[in-house]
Design a protein around this ligand. Structure first.
Ligand SMILES: Cc1ncc(COP(=O)(O)O)c(C=O)c1O
Length: 358
């Protein structure tokens, strides 16, 4: 049975054209800086962001962790939204790899304001960790794919700089935000010190990420990458896919966004599910299931048996993520299956009516 996998944009497989670009990429020993395709990719991305340098990494987790390690060390802390990937889904790496603690702050849909940051600041004293860094995420994963408005982003980054903190951007899905809001990566990140981007999400590559920043920071990250076991050899085969994706897979992200919006519209019309299509800006959406009908796990299991895969993401919540391997027709089919299985679940949840005997 063909599967429509809506769990994550990491589920994509390389297209035949991307495979071809990988096969044709000239390669060398990247650990010694001799891979021409990796070098070309690093130069191109640095230029795209208006920064001095960029460094290829295996994953978004790695390039996030290299980034924060450029700015802080043991005993320091970083400030991040309470749903941020760096704090929640990277295996405790800030503490485990670099001795850094995370102070969590609030904010709507993963986007803290200067006031949200101020509310959690502590005095400068021996009792406290030293605050060094602010981490922002764009688009926000657990914030429902929200894309920061550029003014609000600049305000948050500007606040950090005024306070003397450095700024790291987790841009695993930055191109989704750029396409949704119409800004360029360089417009957005002028006030940011380091940026991590992923090729393995909306851009459809099998793996690969990039850390972007000043020559000085990238030099520090280069040493740490070796330490973390991330210095590779002929990684040009992967960089070839990334170059292909930069040429062919950025503009098409708007299709994923339109598909997510279509799915949200369909879900919003199903009694028993709650979703606000107006909040769907990129390729991620969350919806809630009425608890009288069943659990997200029950609904996800039922649709999975019919070839539609979704991610339960909380006691009442399910996440849907659109991507390169999901067409508009797939979305229509997935919505149809969801509606039918919701109805089946509702029927099976109905209390059995008490029949008076005699
Ligand atoms: C916002 C965000 N940052 C970072 C990452 C980490 O990327 P990776 O899975 O390549 O380590 C992810 C992964 O989904 C993510 O959603």
């Amino acid at each position: 049975m063909p599967v429509i996998d809506l769990r994550s944009d990491t589920k994509t497989r390389p297209t035949p054209e991307m495979y071809q670009a990988m096969v044709e990429a000239p390669v060398g020993d990247d650990m010694d800086g001799e891979d021409p395709t990796v070098n070309r990719l690093q130069e191109r991305v640095a230029e795209m962001f208006g920064k001095e340098a960029a460094l290829f990494g295996v994953s978004g987790t790695m390039t996030n962790q290299l980034g924060i390690r450029c700015h802080c060390g043991p005993g320091d802390e970083l400030l991040i939204h309470r749903t941020g990937h760096i704090a929640n889904y990277e295996g405790g790496a800030p503490a485990a790899m670099s001795g850094i603690t995370c102070r969590l702050v609030g904010g709507e849909r993963g986007m803290p304001t200067p006031e949200d940051f101020e509310a959690e600041l502590h005095p400068e004293a021996q009792h406290y960790p030293r605050t060094r860094l602010v981490c922002l995420e764009n688009s926000t994963n657990m914030g429902g794919g929200a894309a920061w408005p550029i003014d609000r982003f600049r305000e948050a980054a500007g606040w950090a700089r005024e306070r003397g903190f450095r700024v790291h951007l987790d841009g695993a899905r930055l191109f989704n935000a750029c396409v949704a809001r119409g800004y360029t990566p360089a417009d957005l990140t002028a006030e940011v010190d380091t940026i991590s981007i992923c090729f393995s999400k909306g851009l459809g590559c099998p793996m690969g990420s990039m850390l972007i920043g000043s020559a000085d920071d990238i030099c520090k990250a280069f040493r740490a990458r070796k330490l973390f076991g991330g210095a590779l050899r002929q990684s040009g085969i992967i960089a070839g896919a990334a170059l292909f994706a930069l040429d062919h897979h950025i503009d098409r992200l708007s299709e994923d966004h339109a598909n997510a919006r279509l799915m949200a519209d369909q879900i919003a019309a199903m009694p028993g599910l709650r979703c606000d299509p107006a909040t769907v800006e990129t390729n991620i959406l969350f919806f809630e299931l009425d608890s009288e009908i069943g659990t997200p796990q029950q609904l996800a299991t039922a649709v999975r048996e019919r070839g539609v895969v979704m991610m339960p993401a909380g006691p009442r919540t399910i996440r849907v993520c659109t991507h390169l391997d999901v067409t508009r027709d797939d979305i229509k089919q997935a919505a149809g299956v969801l509606g039918e299985e919701l109805e089946n679940l509702r029927q099976s949840a109905k209390p059995v009516s008490l029949v008076r005997q005699g």
